[in-house]
Design a protein around this ligand. Structure first.
Ligand SMILES: Nc1nc2c(c(=O)[nH]1)N[C@H]1C(S)=C(S)[C@@H](COP(=O)(O)OP(=O)(O)OC[C@H]3O[C@@H](n4cnc5c(N)ncnc54)[C@H](O)[C@@H]3O)O[C@H]1N2
Ligand code: MOO
Length: 433
């Protein structure tokens, strides 16, 4: 048996075979998930003008060194150029309205004798407090000023980024072209769509799960119908992928007598190797000719947890590289093991784990008491990270510090949705091997 190839080696070969895609311009409002092709600096300051943080009255602090009554000269409306505040007077002002020239403080309406809410402007207002210069004022440019770097090439456009970029004056963005990725599951045992299971058949969870992962990481997913374990059917189904940048298959790559993907693609530009990772050991990768184009193919194993882990460890960095994204899987976050477990020898373990914040540190626990087994798909959704156990570690003990790769948002504090029995198992310390 040939020795296993390291994850780093496999990944660098994959990246070396891939090309970066080109760029295009899209409206910022439609750019969720896209990757910026350029650094972006603020064209507008935020806030663009000094304005009131409260509904209330604009004053000069010097006129209100102690509670008193001031005449109200009118309104300082939102959406108009700043008006002027004459000494010894107040102006009624709304949140976001430009601060009147000469004013240096805003007193909230609750600290006056006026009722909050709609109503005519009063002729005078009695303040129950003194004013402090600068109080309740949002200064022009206190978030960013013109020319400040707001985002970098390679950043992924989040919902918050859309807000930020529009606020600083970028209504259009140059982003990298969205990748198109075809996904195909394989196997005679696969059933679709919740139908009753015939003897020996299982639902196809890999295909739709992979398509969702692809979409979650910003690419367009093309979910092809699952192929049966026939080389001719598989090759014909591949032709249906159309113009894609990458095809991901699952299943049919290991050592069985019927390994459709391995049989169909060996000798056609795809290399099948054992990678020193658990789960996800059998892997195929290469480039094939499809519809007259060179298309990359990543052939993941069939076990569902292996698919999820292979996606995060190998495919996600590949997609990130091709689309110019800076947020590949590797991450310097660390957590302590919440219990003991036994990782495999000689392979880096990427164990799906539930990572929570407890007493100021991150604690990682495996969501199922059987450990990081590659068929435990029904518990996988509980995991928000992969815990990385180096290949030379024989035993993980509670309290050991390990690297974690986030795969979803961390649930702060409370352990949402964890299996009931697991909570008890965790309290017992879960000594298992
Ligand atoms: N003699 C050996 N046997 C196996 C080895 C090995 O080295 N020597 N490696 C094991 C490892 S590790 C893995 S991972 C699997 C990979 O197997 P394949 O990629 O060939 O996948 P299949 O045999 O087709 O399926 C494996 C497993 O996954 C289930 N599966 C497949 N497709 C789907 C799907 N779309 N949705 C849900 N579940 C799916 C399938 O029913 C099998 O249970 O090989 C080990 N064996
Ligand atoms: O590598 Mo397999 O994915 O361990 O089960």
């Amino acid at each position: 048996m040939s020795p296993l190839r390291s994850v780093d080696d496999q990944l660098s070969r994959m990246l070396a075979a891939a090309e970066r895609v080109g760029t295009e311009t899209v409206p910022t409002s439609e750019a969720t998930g896209r990757i910026l092709a350029t650094d972006l600096r603020a064209r507008f300051a935020v806030p663009p003008f000094t304005n009131s943080a409260m509904d209330g009255y604009a004053v000069r602090a010097a006129d209100l060194v102690e509670p008193r009554t001031l005449p109200v000269a009118g309104d300082a409306p939102a959406g108009a150029a700043p008006v002027r505040l004459e000494p010894g007077t107040a102006l009624r002002i709304m949140t976001g309205a430009p601060l009147p020239e000469g004013a240096d403080a805003v007193v909230p309406v609750e600290q006056t004798d006026q009722r909050p809410g709609p109503g005519p402007v009063p002729s005078e207002v009695s303040f129950s407090v003194a004013a402090k210069a600068g109080a309740n004022i949002r200064r022009r440019g206190e978030d960013v000023t013109e020319g400040d770097l707001v985002m970098r090439a390679g950043d992924r456009v989040s919902a918050a980024a859309i807000g930020a970029l529009l606020s600083v004056g970028h209504a259009e963005l140059e982003v990298t072209r969205r990748l198109r990725v075809a996904v195909m599951a394989t196997g005679d045992e696969l059933a679709c769509g919740g139908e009753a299971l015939a003897p020996g058949s299982i639902p196809d969870s890999n295909g739709p799960m992979l398509a969702a992962l692809v979409a979650q990481w910003g690419a367009e997913a093309v979910l092809l119908p699952a192929s049966r374990d026939s080389v001719a059917e598989f090759l014909a189904a591949l032709e249906g992928a159309g113009e894609v940048d990458l095809v991901i298959t699952t299943g049919g790559v290991s050592a069985g007598a019927f390994e459709v993907v391995r049989q169909a693609l060996t000798g056609r530009g795809v290399e099948f190797v054992g990678v020193a990772m658990q789960p996800g050991k059998p892997q195929g990768f290469g480039a094939i000719e499809l519809g007259g184009r060179r298309v990359l193919v990543a052939c993941l194993p069939g076990n569902p947890v292996s698919v999820f882990v292979s996606f995060h460890v190998l495919v996600r960095p590949l997609l990130a590289w091709m689309s110019g994204a800076a947020d590949a899987a590797t991450h310097g976050m660390r957590a302590v093991a919440g219990h003991d477990w036994t990782p495999p020898r000689g392979r880096t373990q990427y164990a799906p784990a539930v990572v929570t914040q407890e007493n100021g540190r991150l604690v990682a626990r495996l969501p199922h008491e059987l450990g990081a087994k590659s068929h435990l798909i029904a518990s996988l959704h509980l995991a928000n990270a992969l815990v990385v156990v180096p290949a030379d570690v024989d035993a993980v003990a509670a309290g050991d510090e390990l690297e974690v790769l986030p795969v979803a948002g961390f649930a702060g504090g409370e352990r949402h949705g964890m299996r009931r029995g697991m909570r008890r198992g965790m309290r017992r310390g879960m000594r298992r091997g």
